[in-house]
Design a protein around this ligand. Sequence first.
Ligand code: AMP
Length: 194
Amino acid sequence: MNLILLGPPGAGKGTQAELLEAGRGLKQLSTGIMLRAAIEAGTPIGLQAKAIVDRGDLVPDEVVVGIIADRLAEPDCAKGAIFDGFPRTAVQADALDGLLAGRNSKLDVVIQLEVDDNILIERIARRAAENEAAGRPVRSDDRPDVFPNRLAKYHRDTAPLIAHYRSKGLLKTVDGMQAVETVAAQISAILEAV
Ligand code: AMP
């Protein structure tokens, strides 16, 4: 099974993807995590992406599509993947269709996590403050001067995918402002019915 977790930054996509990976043997493919690892390791992709990620803009489509294409070919994706933070543009969505078709596979469902902007801003500020207080690194793009740009890019480039997947009959929407376990239970129920 292949599914997309679609939603704004801070909606809980990563948390839910981790729960699904543990419970269902599907692989979490987070382009955000992969880009941060590339930046940390100083790879050519990381060097290209660093400034873009730091200011909360989107990395070029061909870069993230390339990352996903390579990753999908790995054996641990054989049972399917949870796309977390990908696709973020219409170009990426089309590329994903092509990649899956090339593997005799397809997208089964898109789960939209819906969260109000003001709650996202509070959540991310809290995540940054908690990490800082605990002496853990704070994501450069969680800073209050950068996060609004990530949100703006979401509304401009990614939110149109909601209508795109709705028109294909693939979209399911979950209220992402509920408790983590409630969101997880509703996602499970959706997947059971797919
Ligand atoms: P995330 O961890 O999903 O919030 O991603 C962190 C940052 O990585 C984003 O703000 C973008 O700069 C970059 N990024 C992650 N995924 C993508 C994507 N699919 N397309 C473009 N940029 C991405």
